[in-house]
Design a protein around this ligand. Structure first.
Ligand SMILES: N[C@@H](CCC(=O)N[C@@H](CS)C(=O)NCC(=O)O)C(=O)O
Length: 219
């Protein structure tokens, strides 16, 4: 196997690389670790103690999802990143923005009470509106071509769809282009198959177990 991806089963950042590998139909092995109980070997290959880590067959390792995805894209043609340098740079900037959004979504999921939840919800919505302004006719971030930017936002939007279905807050109805983008992404086989079969239940159970405000509605 050429690639080994080190993962945590609910990690949206690892999911970005899984989608990229599946889009490109590149075989890989996935190894799940428990982030609360890190195996000794992990510290040696993950300088920031985070997943994803990509191990290539000669033992070299890479970390950071955006970097891993660019490497996978460059070494497994045809590229998913746009060809135009400005557009590619623009996509990189919005992928970074998407990473920030994942952080916001996590804070929403673990907000301890309704006031904190509402604060996080407003922040998340404001950022979703910014991202929405980048969308054109769709169905994907750059139009008709599925790209690395789509792999970067699909995990966020998959979780947002679950949250909205279980505890509707109008987060997607207030951003209609993002809602259509979400639908197109969730219809994509590489996206659907990028999580474990019982992902939704595990996701709901995990955040219900955190005792957060939103967790009670996810259970
Ligand atoms: N910027 C990193 C973020 C990765 C990240 O935060 N991963 C989380 C799991 S979803 C993690 O490993 N957290 C462990 C920790 O922070 O100790 C990336 O894009 O790869």
């Amino acid at each position: 196997m050429a690639y080994q991806l080190i993962s945590f089963v609910l990690c949206p950042f690892v999911q970005r690389s899984v989608i990229t590998l599946k889009e490109k139909q590149v075989p890989f092995e996935i190894t799940y670790i428990d982030l609360q109980n890190l195996p000794d070997w992990f510290a040696a290959i993950s300088p920031m103690g985070k997943v994803p880590v990509l191990r290539v067959d000669d033992g070299r390792v890479l970390f950071e999802s955006a970097v891993i995805n660019e490497y996978l894209d460059e070494t497994n043609p045809p590229p998913l990143h746009p060809q135009d340098p400005w557009r590619r740079a623009h996509n990189r900037a919005w992928i970074e923005f998407g990473s920030n959004l994942i952080g916001r979504q996590y804070r929403l999921l673990v907000a301890p009470d309704e006031a904190a939840f509402n604060r996080e919800k407003e922040g998340l919505l404001a950022d979703l509106r910014y991202a929405e302004q980048q969308l054109g006719e769709g169905p994907f971030f750059n139009g008709s071509a599925f790209s690395l930017a789509d792999t970067a936002y699909a995990p966020l939007l998959m979780r947002l769809e679950i949250i909205e279905r279980r505890y509707p807050q109008g987060l997607l109805t207030q951003t209609p282009k993002t809602a259509a983008w979400c639908e197109a992404l969730l219809a994509r086989p590489a996206v659907r198959e990028s999580v474990v079969a019982d992902f939704e239940q595990r996701f709901a159970d995990y955040f219900a177990g955190q005792g957060s405000f939103l967790g009670q509605y996810l259970a």
